[in-house]
Design a protein around this ligand. Structure first.
Ligand SMILES: Nc1nc2c(ncn2[C@@H]2O[C@H](COP(=O)(O)OP(=O)(O)OP(=O)(O)O)[C@@H](O)[C@H]2O)c(=O)[nH]1
Ligand SMILES: [Zn+2]
Length: 201
C-alpha cells in the first residue's frame, strides 16, 4: 500500500484504486446528474478515491503513539501548557462533508510533558476520520488524559460544518463550539474559568 505522505503527491494514475471503488464514484456522478465518461470526468473517480484515502488517513494511525515520548526535565515548570488556535479539517460522518475548525488544547502536567507538536498530531489523528465534533473533542481530551496522566485536560473546538452551510439548513459561518474538561478542570469551576479565559473562549 502507498505510504500516506506519498499519496498527497502521487498522480491519480499512480494510485492503485480497486475497480469497484471507481465504479461507485462513477455511479455517484451519474446519480448527481453528470456523465462519468465525458473527458473532464474520466480520471475523477481515481482522484476522488485518492483524496478520500488521504482525508481519512487517521484510520491508519493510533494517535496514542504520539504521546509515548515524554520529557521529565522541565526545570521546575509545573503550570499549564496551552496550544491555541490549532487549525484542522475533518469530515462529518452524516454527510461526509468538510468540517473546518480550530482547537485549543491545554493540560496541566504532572511532572512530565510531551513535545508540543504531539498535541496537534493527536488532534489530526482523530480529525482525519469521519467524525462528529463532540466525539472528536472527547477523543482528543481522553487520549491526553489516559496517556499523560496529567492533573487536568481541557479541549475546546470551534468549527464550521459544510453540511449546515452548503446544504440542508443552509446557514453559513455558524461556529459550533464543544468542550471537554478532565481532572482539575472538570472538578474545580474556578480552574475551568481560568483555563477557558486563557483560551479566550
Ligand atoms: N451532533 C452533531 N451533529 C452533526 C455534526 N455534524 C453534522 N451534524 C448533524 O447531523 C444531523 C443529521 O440529521 P438527519 O436528519 O439524519 O440528516 P439530514 O436530513 O441530512 O439533516 P439536515 O442537515 O437537517 O438536512 C444534522 O442535524 C447535522 O447538522 C456533529 O459534528 N455533531
Ligand atoms: Zn454533516
Amino acid at each position: 500500500m502507498e505510504e500516506i505522505q506519498d499519496l498527497a503527491v502521487m498522480r491519480p494514475d499512480q494510485v492503485n484504486v480497486p475497480e469497484e471503488i471507481q465504479e461507485a464514484i462513477r455511479s455517484l456522478i451519474r446519480w448527481a446528474g453528470d456523465d462519468p465518461d465525458r473527458e473532464g470526468l474520466i480520471d475523477t473517480p481515481k482522484r476522488v478515491a485518492k483524496a478520500w484515502k488521504y482525508y481519512c488517513r487517521g484510520y491508519r494511525e493510533d494517535p496514542e503513539n504520539h504521546l509515548k515520548t515524554v520529557f521529565e526535565e522541565v526545570g521546575g515548570y509545573d503550570d499549564i501548557v496551552l496550544l491555541k488556535d490549532i487549525p484542522f479539517y475533518s469530515h462529518c460522518e452524516h454527510h461526509m462533508a468538510p468540517i473546518m475548525g480550530h482547537a485549543h488544547i491545554a493540560y496541566l502536567p504532572d511532572k512530565k510533558v510531551v513535545g508540543l507538536s504531539k498535541l496537534a498530531r493527536v488532534l489530526k489523528g482523530y480529525a482525519h476520520r469521519l467524525q462528529i465534533q463532540e466525539r472528536l473533542t472527547a477523543q482528543v481530551a481522553d487520549c491526553i488524559w489516559n496517556n499523560l496522566r496529567p492533573r487536568g485536560v481541557a479541549v475546546v473546538i470551534s468549527a464550521v460544518h459544510s453540511c449546515m452551510a452548503a446544504r440542508g439548513v443552509e446557514t453559513p459561518n455558524v461556529q459550533t463550539v464543544t468542550k471537554t474538561l478532565r481532572g482539575i478542570y472538570s472538578e474545580d469551576p474556578e480552574q475551568a474559568k481560568m483555563i477557558l479565559n486563557l483560551m479566550g473562549v
